[in-house]
Design a protein around this ligand. Structure first.
Ligand SMILES: Nc1ncnc2c1ncn2[C@@H]1O[C@H](COP(=O)(O)OP(=O)(O)OP(=O)(O)O)[C@@H](O)[C@H]1O
Ligand SMILES: [Mg+2]
Length: 335
């Protein structure tokens, strides 16, 4: 199988220089390497601030990595010809968390969905109309909505509009950045099932981002668990859910996990600051298994077998709770 996207050793730092303040540097992404095979889903999971959106900004080429490389279908994106560059931009789309702010309120639904096609300048009016009708049907939007404005719709319907817009060019890769987090629980399942059906039909590749490992588990073939700008555990979904080896993954998965973040932080120490990085493992301050080695030596991401990678000194000596409440084989998403 071939990779649609690959990141190799990507670092991202931001330098903030102030007039009176001294210049500070925040190292936000550290040595991120990941691959997404065609037609599969990579789940990116981690708490707020772990670097999920920053990683996707590199893939969307909104920003350049400070170090490292990005490959599209095996080609280094820095070396793409103009034609492939354009193909890349059309082939990599994104759906954001908040369907209220991501749709232009002054445009009609039909125009919003059609816009990416119109921009290419390659299609005539009839063809555009035909494709808009077809994609609206696929995502479950009634045809007579084309003339309406986003304000007339519910959150779930707006997210369907955003998904239709992202899919209209039949892209290779869709980045779904918390696509259901802002929606009512009752609507989440509908959108998750819609995304799954679309993928099965079109063989679309997804990068699916969420705080919630249960939601990520439903769609993902592989999962990368991010903490403080690094990947701390990476592998096939079954490995991450059923045979997890990193204490942070255990924390995310455990029943009283990070659903209530403020409570969890109080219980288990603080997330370190990017401006004052701790020595050793960044999770050590919150980890109940931490030893002196953890507090002094930064663990590297190591393959512990069959592509399952873990960055933990104690990965092979501690026993962690794998709580699998998620049955991925169920055809429908259930809360
Ligand atoms: N331009 C910037 N300058 C300095 N720091 C930044 C900049 N952009 C992002 N960050 C920091 O990078 C870290 C990662 O942010 P990012 O948005 O990638 O997190 P996330 O995992 O997507 O979080 P969330 O779940 O809240 O969306 C945060 O600590 C954020 O404050
Ligand atoms: Mg984010």
């Amino acid at each position: 199988m071939s990779n649609v996207i690959e990141l190799k050793n990507v670092d991202k730092s931001y330098t903030n220089s102030g007039f009176l303040k001294k210049t500070t540097c925040a190292h936000i992404l550290k040595n991120i390497s990941l691959q997404v095979e065609k037609g599969t889903t990579l789940g990116l999971v981690g708490e707020s601030g772990s670097g999920k959106t920053t990683t996707t900004r590199m893939i969307l080429r909104q920003e350049k990595p400070t170090n490292g490389e990005l490959f599209y279908e095996g080609k280094n994106v820095e070396e793409l010809t103009k034609e492939v560059e354009e193909e890349y931009r059309n082939n990599v789309q994104v759906v954001f968390q908040n369907p209220y702010s991501s749709l232009n309120p002054k445009m009609r639904v039909g125009e919003i969905i059609a816009e990416p096609l119109v921009i290419t300048g390659k299609y005539n009016k009839e063809e555009i109309k035909k494709r808009v009708r077809s994609i609206m049907e696929k995502v479950g939007l009634a045809q007579d909505y084309v003339e309406r404005f986003p304000s007339e719709f519910s959150g779930g319907q707006r997210q369907r509009i955003a998904i239709a817009r992202a899919l209209i060019q039949n892209p290779q890769l869709v980045i779904l950045d918390e696509p259901v987090s802002a929606l009512d629980v009752s609507v989440r399942g509908q959108i998750m099932n819609l995304l799954k059906r679309v993928q099965e039909k079109n063989k679309t590749t997804y990068i699916f981002i969420s705080h919630d490992i249960a939601t990520v588990g439903f769609l993902s073939d592989t999962i990368a668990v991010m903490y403080f700008g690094t990947i701390v555990e990476y592998g096939k979904t079954e490995d991450i859910l059923e045979n997890l080896r990193h204490p942070y993954t255990e924390m995310l998965i455990s029943s009283d996990s990070v659903r209530n973040l403020s409570e969890a932080e109080e219980e288990s120490g603080e997330i370190p600051s990017h401006y004052d990085e701790p020595k050793g493992c960044p999770f050590a301050g919150r980890c109940k298994y931490a030893t002196d080695e953890c507090r002094n030596v930064t663990p590297q991401l190591k393959d512990i077998g069959d592509g399952h990678k873990v960055a933990c000194h104690n990965a092979e000596s501690i026993t962690l709770k794998s709580v699998v409440k998620i049955n991925r084989r169920k055809p429908e998403y259930q809360i």
